[in-house]
Design a protein around this ligand. Sequence first.
Ligand SMILES: C[S@@+](CC[C@H](N)C(=O)[O-])C[C@H]1O[C@@H](n2cnc3c(N)ncnc32)[C@H](O)[C@@H]1O
Length: 294
Amino acid sequence: MLGNMSGNEASRTAVLVCQGRAVAHGRIAVGRFDDPVARLLLRDDELAAVERARTGVAPPGWADRMEFELLAANAEVIVPRTIAIDDAVRAGASPQLVILGAGLDGRAWRMPELSGVDVFEVDQPASQQDKRERATPLHPTAGSLRFVPVDLTRAALGPALAAAGHQESRPTTWVLEGVIPYLTPGDAAATVAAVAARSAPGSRLVVSYQTGSPRAALGRLLARGFLLLTGSGDPGAHERRRSSWTLASLRAVLAHAGLRVTDDVDLPTLAGELSVPTRHLRTSRVAIAVTPGR
Ligand SMILES: C[S@@+](CC[C@H](N)C(=O)[O-])C[C@H]1O[C@@H](n2cnc3c(N)ncnc32)[C@H](O)[C@@H]1O
């Protein structure tokens, strides 16, 4: 299997979605969405861009304008997704939480509900090292927090989690947020199989996904152009999308591992209920599946 990120570069898309959460905090869906940690995980230049976007006033220059639009769009997309996944994590109330492709996810530092929960963050090694440096001054709200560096296209997830202290005999909530498009269908199937194999009865997998659409493809093109213009190199070279999904293909992968979908949240509908704009959200969903247990 070939990896889709080079081994020594941290994820740029993880920074972008974290910036989206920082832009949204206190401005969008106030009272339902709350992520004060996102800004604390950003470097100065990344935070300066967030502050420009939070003004809500589009800047004149085209490069600044592009950055502004990208972060504003990210903020709208990320709010319902985060709320749906937070709700599922709370409802699961599992003693263990495994966040796969964690990026700059702030749940272990911002969710008081995790105070009795053992959290495991799994990510591609360079991204995880970058996260650990950013998070050094922060204090987790989670009962415990362990970092498990795994490239899901290259290494086996199960043994790495076992070595880190994850217990297959205790229920786990698994989160796969914004990650599945970066895996090939085969890697996604292997990841889901590893999840199923380590899931005690009562476990659940929460997975965000997007079904393909021209509008979503345009948004990605905009993001790619922005990253190129800001000198981050070609993000496609190391964070290339490796798969696209439909309701049916995602359910088939889950079912093959014995996972049964119990809920499939349509994010535009949720955004509508929250009065969050839906222009970038047309095909985004969050599926919740119960694992077979053993
Ligand atoms: C768009 S970011 C999402 C980050 C985080 N889940 C969130 O929603 O804030 C994609 C994440 O997937 C991770 N990722 C991509 N390919 C991966 C792989 N092969 N193995 C492990 N993690 C991977 C990246 O390192 C990055 O953290």
